[in-house]
Design a protein around this ligand. Structure first.
Ligand SMILES: NC(=O)c1ccc[n+]([C@@H]2O[C@H](COP(=O)([O-])OP(=O)(O)OC[C@H]3O[C@@H](n4cnc5c(N)ncnc54)[C@H](OP(=O)(O)O)[C@@H]3O)[C@@H](O)[C@H]2O)c1
Length: 425
């Protein structure tokens, strides 16, 4: 290894941002850095320039200057800081310029290499979020999440259809900027147009919640676009009502990834930034099925029960540090996945009643504003029945059969099995 390469490697090793990269990979990144000098007063890039490289400061000082009046200084950066990253991720032209304050020695990293790094090392995206949040905090822009959501930023997963769309609208009505995610890019764009008309800023990031690399990119894009994430709503979910012995192992894996480990990983990614600012709230959309597992829904019930336990523990751990969590448990909602069951001719027992996506969305907003641990969104009888499995388990089972819920799920499982057999020919 020659002296220049040694020097680059030493610079990278001294930067916390790269501490997580394995030594071999770090050597690869170091080899792809290009050394650049900027004289004091020299413009490194201007607002509107394409975002095709990232810079790491090896020595000297750089000022980030924002658009608009009188070239306002957004941040002054020194050795170990990086800049130019936002435009790299968003693909948009740069929204601020960079000027060397003193003579500066910089390392340039190309966009392709940067993208690969972000996808490859989860801690890298976290560290990047932490650094960016720290900058925002130093600029004094943020305080604890509370009653006023105006100007905050929320990620909503599963925002392409069903309940997620109403959650996005309810948060927008509070003045919250939004990062909308799901797999269906086209549908997300439709929701974006609707929500933007409410006067908030919206970023759409098509994401598979079951894919960790996608989630890492999502968080970095959100952080770089908005500077910080105040609220995360883990709403995306999948339902499979089917006799358990007919479930494929890959379906088990996928549902656990989307309904449970995806939300847990996404919370893990946003947590360091929230702790850095002492402000943040995670809302997990579980289900009454997580409180009392219905028949033919083994995986769904297990993931939703897991999500409830995760929320309770997360809340207990971080609330004193200004970061909280809530779990919202809807019953039968008139839209979304239950509505599709209805289209197959199945109806929830009258006595249990239904609720609306609007009511779930209102519960999400209340959970954040009033910091409520758990909200069950369902008519009163369901809420009462949900106390029975703990107090009187035998009565709970008897009641569920009498009310006809077991029959509803059995029929739904039969329909699913029949459709699957027809599809298989
Ligand atoms: N509807 C109800 O009666 C009810 C009751 C209790 C709880 N819930 C819960 O409420 C939440 C929303 O349900 P919903 O009724 O609105 O369901 P839905 O209409 O089926 O919508 C589910 C959302 O999750 C997204 N999604 C699914 N798999 C994904 C993946 N791998 N990656 C990213 N996004 C994914 C979907 O978008 P793409 O397909 O575009 O990816 C969609 O936006 C779920 O967590 C559900 O368990 C619903």
């Amino acid at each position: 290894m020659d002296d220049v390469q040694q020097d680059r490697l030493a610079t990278l090793r001294s930067i916390p941002l790269f501490a997580s990269c394995p030594p071999d990979d770090l050597a690869g990144i170091a080899a792809s850095l290009e050394s650049v000098h900027a004289a004091g007063g020299e413009t490194i890039f201007r607002e509107g320039d394409p975002g095709d490289v990232m810079y790491i400061i090896a020595a000297g000082k750089v000022r980030i200057v924002a658009s608009g009046r009188a070239q306002e200084t957004v941040a002054e950066l020194g050795p170990g800081d990086f800049f130019g990253e936002m435009a790299l991720i968003t693909g948009l032209p740069r929204s601020a310029g960079a000027v060397a304050v003193t003579d500066a020695r910089l390392w340039r990293l190309e966009k392709g290499r940067f993208d690969a790094m972000i996808r490859a090392y989860p801690p890298l995206s976290i560290e990047m979020g932490r650094v960016l949040s720290g900058r925002v905090r130093r600029m004094g822009r943020l305080t604890r999440v509370g009653r006023d959501l105006a100007g905050r930023t929320a990620i909503v997963t599963g925002a392409s259809k069903g309940i997620g769309v109403e959650i996005a609208k309810a948060l927008a009505a509070e003045g919250c900027n939004l990062v909308l995610t799901a797999r269906s890019a086209g549908k997300l764009d439709e929701v974006r147009r609707e929500v933007e008309a409410m006067g908030v800023r919206v970023l759409v990031v098509p994401t598979d919640v079951g894919n960790r690399a996608d989630l890492q990119s999502l968080v970095v894009r959100a952080m770089t676009e908005f500077g910080a994430i105040d609220v995360l709503v883990n709403n995306a979910g999948q339902l499979l009502t089917l006799a358990y012995q007919k479930v494929h192992p890959h379906e088990m894996d996928e549902m656990v990834r989307v309904n449970l480990t995806g939300p847990m990983f996404l919370s893990w990614l946003v947590l360091p930034g929230m702790l850095e600012r002492g402000a943040g709230h995670v809302v997990n959309i579980a289900s009454v099925a997580g409180k009392y597992g219905p028949p033919y829904n083994e995986i769904y019930a297990a993931t939703k029960a897991g999500l409830m336990g995760f929320s309770q523990s997360f809340r207990a751990s971080y609330r004193d540090a200004g970061v909280s969590a809530s779990v919202v448990c809807p019953g039968f909602v008139k839209s979304g996945m239950y509505a599709r069951t209805q289209r197959a001719g199945l109806k929830a027992p009258r006595a249990l009643g239904t609720t609306t996506a609007d009511a779930v969305a209102a519960a999400v907003v209340r959970a954040v504003k009033e910091d409520v641990a758990e909200i069950m969104v369902s008519p009163g009888l369901v809420r009462m029945l949900m106390a029975l499995p703990t107090l009187l388990p035998g009565v709970a089972e008897w009641g569920r059969r009498r009310l006809g819920t077991d029959d509803l799920y059995r029929k739904a499982a039969e329909i699913k099995a029949q459709r699957r057999a027809e599809a298989a020919g």
